[in-house]
Design a protein around this ligand. Structure first.
Ligand code: IPM
Ligand code: MN
Length: 359
């Protein structure tokens, strides 16, 4: 029987509450499909930082490398200046564990509201493969004459051929594996960022022609991509893009699939340790109230199990969530909807766990 070791990073705000449900559901699926996992919890986050002054102990990333996967709740604390925890925990783990892919499915489930008029689940089902280790996120650059009227600030968009190639390979393979329209769209900005996206475009066509002749290749500028995501989301199957553009378009993606309460993502190192997370924030004002929607975290758990090769268990979690949504227990996914329905974070998790056992 397979046994996995999972590191839990509940983090801040409502992170612990949603992660508890994510773990509950993953455990239920493990039980049904004959595998198990041990969990070890780490207290990294705002509270720890305020108490100790330390964001992440130096030993942490080495320790995290020993697990089969990392499951994260949320990072972000109202009393900590923006950037400290995000850079010190989330980005540090992504970089030091070389999680060079940020995989973000954009899928509209039944009975989930989308702000897009006349679009339904048949129209919104694609994935974004966001590069996760380069671009403006490397921090290369600097500042001079700070605080003067002549201040100069530079933050470079950095790409390497190797970084682009490994991301493209993962994206092509994703398109092949999905087996939907077998189309990979490169989202860039070749009309302005003529160095960086020229590199991307050449690498894209070279690799595609050589190793993935079965995958159709398309290209769109990032600005046009946002337009099509709203107007014709059914055109997309797999989108591959850089780190910065990927950050932006996946928030748009999250909105068209029903909001931050449902969107999940994986920070993936295909040959190492990956980290799965709901992509919404820590919702500080709802902390401890047991009213936040755990679905995004449950879907992150689904992605984690799929990544570990437990495809059947992952599919079962998805089916259980769909059954829950179809049951219309909730009129919507907001805190108000959950309160109006007399439901709670825990009750939603319990209901989905029951479905996992039977669906
Ligand atoms: C995300 C977040 C992070 C990012 C922040 C919190 C550093 O927005 O996961 O998309 O920019 O990647
Ligand atoms: Mn983001």
């Amino acid at each position: 029987m397979a046994k996995y070791n999972i590191a839990l990073l509940p983090g801040d705000g409502t992170g612990p509450e949603v992660l508890r449900e994510g773990v509950k559901i993953a455990q239920a699926a493990a039980q049904r499909f004959g595998f198990s996992f041990d969990t070890t919890e780490y207290d990294f986050g705002g509270e720890r930082f305020l108490r100790t002054g330390e964001v992440l102990p130096d030993s942490a990333t080495d320790e995290l490398k020993k697990y089969d996967a990392i499951f994260l709740g949320a990072i972000g604390h109202p009393d900590v200046k923006p950037g400290i925890l995000e850079k010190g925990i989330l980005l540090r783990v992504r970089f030091e564990l070389d999680q060079y892919i940020n995989l973000r499915p954009v899928k509209l489930y039944p009975n989930v509201d989308t702000p897009l008029k006349n679009k339904g689940p048949a129209d919104i089902d694609f994935v974004v493969v966001r590069e996760n280790s380069e671009d403006m996120y490397t921090g290369l650059g600097g500042v001079m004459r700070k605080g003067t009227p002549y201040e100069v600030a530079v933050q470079e968009m950095v790409y390497t051929r190797n970084g682009v190639d490994r991301c493209l390979r993962y994206a092509f393979e994703t398109a092949r594996k999905r087996n939907k329209t077998k189309t990979l769209l490169l989202c860039g900005k070749t009309n302005v960022l003529t160095y960086v996206f020229d590199l991307w475009e050449r690498a894209f066509h070279e690799m595609g022609a050589r190793d993935f002749p079965d995958i159709k290749r398309e290209y769109a500028h990032v600005d046009a991509t946002t337009m099509w995501m709203v107007k014709n989301p059914e055109w997309f199957d797999v989108i591959v893009t850089g780190n910065m553009f990927g950050d932006i378009i996946t928030d748009l993606g999250a909105m068209i699939q029903g909001g931050m309460g449902i969107a999940a993502g994986g920070n993936i190192n295909p040959a190492g340790v990956s980290m799965f997370e709901p992509i919404g924030g820590s919702a500080p004002k709802y902390t401890g109230k047991n009213v936040i929607n755990p679905l995004a975290c449950i879907f992150a758990g689904q992605m984690m199990l799929a990544h570990l090769g437990e495809e059947k268990a992952a599919d079962c979690i998805e089916k259980a969530c769909v059954k829950f949504l179809e049951s219309k227990v909730l009129p919507g996914l907001s805190v108000k909807d959950i309160e109006d329905a007399g439901m709670s974070t825990t009750k939603i998790g319990d209901r989905i766990a029951e479905y996992v056992a039977t669906v």
